[in-house]
Design a protein around this ligand. Structure first.
Ligand code: CP
Length: 302
């Protein structure tokens, strides 16, 4: 395929190829000279219509490590503010001879729409509440690194599942790789269709933790909520917040993950986020190698 729009439409062997390529790039990133010439003739635009720290910086670093030329676009300081459309914006960027577009947008399906209307390769860096494919790839890659394999592992995704593109892409990715997935959160934050995806639902966070090998903890996404939030953040943290005291009641070692940004003291306390259980910063580190692999593999497909 020419684009990476989501995990739903790629295969297990595509994912394994991305992992094997990322293994090689991770070795490169651990060398004193971290740069390779692979994308020397490629120009990439990072087009962000929504805020980002990790995804934007790690795509930019991945592109620079591959020797691509890079331009960055943030809608907040662009002519989008004067009323320019998405397609005009991207076509104007492409007129400057850009080969690949990495795009984050608040509307689900925005990169899919673009892929039907423009010539460049497109990588979805998060489209609203829909998918965040490179996050799911780096999450599964980090589980594989920590536990040896993803197949057969039990992964609980805990938090605001309803508004989370990370949850959906993780579910598709983990299932394709043979993991068992359970989602956990208050009923108001679980989408009605969730069981149709073949995941189990658990409303009790302690039971979810007792069941899992890995807990991927998600942020409450207040910015995506149209109605007054229920439960409140204080109630959420009381009933679903993960802290050291709760983990000490579980009779096994659990790997704690979080895609970031963390709302410390809400879904995750610092005594867990910064503990030996957490692989949160390893996830961020792996994000660069995964994004290098995706860019490298797509660059060859016109
Ligand atoms: N995990 C993630 O997508 O973080 P950013 O929003 O900071 O990119």
């Amino acid at each position: 395929t020419k684009h990476l729009l989501g995990i739903k439409n790629i295969t297990e062997s595509d994912i394994q190829l991305i992992f094997e390529t990322a293994d090689n790039f991770k070795d490169v990133l651990n060398r004193p000279i971290k740069k390779v010439p692979s994308l020397r003739d490629i120009t990439i635009a990072n087009v962000f219509f929504e805020n980002s720290t990790r995804t934007k910086l790690s795509f930019e670093l991945a592109e620079k490590r591959l020797s691509a030329d890079v331009v960055n676009f943030a809608s907040s300081s662009s002519s989008v503010k004067k009323g320019e459309t998405l397609i005009d914006t991207v076509n104007n960027i492409l007129a400057m001879k850009v080969d690949m577009v990495v795009m984050r947008h608040s509307s689900p399906g925005a990169p899919h729409f673009l892929s039907r209307n423009i010539k460049a390769n497109i990588i979805n860096a998060g489209d609203g509440t829909h998918e965040h494919p490179t996050q799911a790839l780096l999450d599964a890659f980090s589980i594989r690194e920590k536990l040896g394999d993803v197949a057969g592992k039990k992964v609980a995704i805990i938090g605001d599942i309803l508004h989370s593109r990370v949850a959906l892409s993780n579910i598709f990715c983990l299932q394709k790789l043979g993991a068992e997935v359970k989602v956990c959160g208050p009923i108001t934050l679980l989408p009605k269709y969730i069981e149709s995806l073949g995941v189990q639902v658990e409303l009790d966070v302690k039971k979810a933790l007792e069941w899992c090998d890995v807990a991927n903890v998600l942020r409450i996404q207040l910015e995506r909520q149209q109605i007054k939030y229920f439960p409140s953040l204080r109630e959420y943290s009381l009933y679903y917040g993960i802290n050291k005291k709760l983990l000490s009641q579980i009779d096994k070692e659990i790997v704690i993950m979080h895609p970031g940004p963390i709302n410390r003291g809400v879904e995750l306390n610092s005594d867990v986020a910064d503990s030996e259980h957490s692989i949160i910063l390893q996830q961020v580190e792996n994000g660069v190698a995964i994004r290098m692999a995706v860019l490298y593999l797509l660059a060859g497909v016109k």
